[in-house]
Ligand binder design. Structure first.
Ligand SMILES: Nc1ncnc2c1ncn2[C@@H]1O[C@H](COP(=O)(O)OP(=O)(O)OP(=O)(O)O)[C@@H](O)[C@H]1O
Ligand SMILES: [Mg+2]
Length: 295
């Protein structure tokens, strides 16, 4: 089949891994920089133009690897392919929803998947009451569209929580407030979902003096076996967000595992290294089994 990987650079590790595995299995693969795609609407048929000149021939499949910086344009390009009948391993809707933690948690909560107690608001007058809704400090304050642990704060006292939240609201920064799951012990779980299966999972552990387990913040990973409940949470989360492929993150609380976020472009480097699983190959095999190629 013909596959486009939408990625800003061919040098990104995960992009290379998928490219190589797909080529190895005999597919025609191109890496397309979605930031160089223009879309022309208004004629009979919309056109996707690449690098200002060539009109793109539609592939059988796209694999969007859309980063945070150009998420909106990336999702619009994905949508254009979708409307042309191309199978995408991440729906444009799913990419947009997963990007925002509040949208994700709203959908999870609505569908009864377990999440940490969460409050979102923009009202500076009721900060104290918002904290009380979560049982007071310590609490977690997150940027709604944070990334790699850089937008997550642990406020240990009510006093510091109030001043941080106040600053965020007055600078129009979208945040959410969340109960702090102390017993998660600087660890989180990443489940890599492909279709209706979790095909690999790892535990990430943060540095000793950091509650965040992000590998970008110096954390490290190891292979982990999920409970059947965790598998179900991960598979359903990906389904609710219309993401055939997703990285679902959970933390282990006393009352069970809680979903914290879903990634529509889960990286391969960390998880393949820590688990020894060949995820790029599993992605390509999933496409072979599920995508109708054009004649
Ligand atoms: N409610 C919580 N209680 C305890 N620890 C938490 C909680 N929420 C997040 N953490 C820890 O902080 C880390 C970062 O949080 P989160 O994954 O929500 O944001 P992020 O990694 O910045 O976002 P992204 O993955 O989109 O870049 C988590 O991996 C987890 O270890
Ligand atoms: Mg995270």
């Amino acid at each position: 089949m013909t596959i486009f990987i939408l990625s800003v650079s061919e040098h990104i590790h995960s992009t290379q891994r998928i490219y190589k595995e797909a080529r190895r299995r005999g597919h025609t693969v191109e890496i397309i920089n979605h930031l160089k795609c223009s879309i022309k609407l208004g004629n009979d048929k919309p056109e996707i133009i690449y690098q200002g000149e060539n009109i793109i021939d539609i592939p059988d499949v796209i694999i969007p690897r859309i980063g945070v910086s150009a998420m909106r344009h990336g999702a619009a390009v994905v949508k254009e392919f979708e409307m042309n009948g191309v199978y995408s391993i991440a729906s444009s809707e799913g990419i947009i929803k997963a990007q925002n933690k509040v949208s994700t948690l709203q959908i999870m909560s609505r569908n009864n998947l377990p999440i940490p107690q969460t409050v979102f608001s923009v009202d500076p007058e009721s900060v104290s009451e918002q904290l009380d809704l979560l049982g007071g400090a310590p609490i977690i304050i997150k940027l709604q569209e944070g990334t790699h642990g850089s937008g997550v704060i642990l406020a240990e006292s009510k006093k510091s929580a109030i001043s941080i939240i106040d600053t965020m609201y007055s600078s129009n920064t979208s945040i959410l407030l969340q109960e702090f799951i102390k017993e998660s012990n600087n660890e989180d779980i990443r489940a890599f979902v492909i279709g209706d299966k979790v095909i690999s999972s790892m535990k990430r552990k943060g540095l000793e003096d950091d509650f965040r387990s992000n590998i970008h913040k110096g954390g490290s990973g190891s292979k982990v076996v999920l409970t059947p409940e965790e598998e179900q949470i991960a598979i359903k989360a990906a389904q609710y967000l219309e993401l055939p492929i997703a990285g679902v993150d959970m933390i282990r609380a006393k009352r069970g595992s809680l979903l914290i976020e879903v990634n529509s472009t889960p990286g391969l480097q960390g998880i393949e290294t820590y688990t020894n699983d060949n995820i790029a190959k599993a992605i390509v095999k999933f496409l072979e089994a599920n995508v109708q190629t054009k004649l």
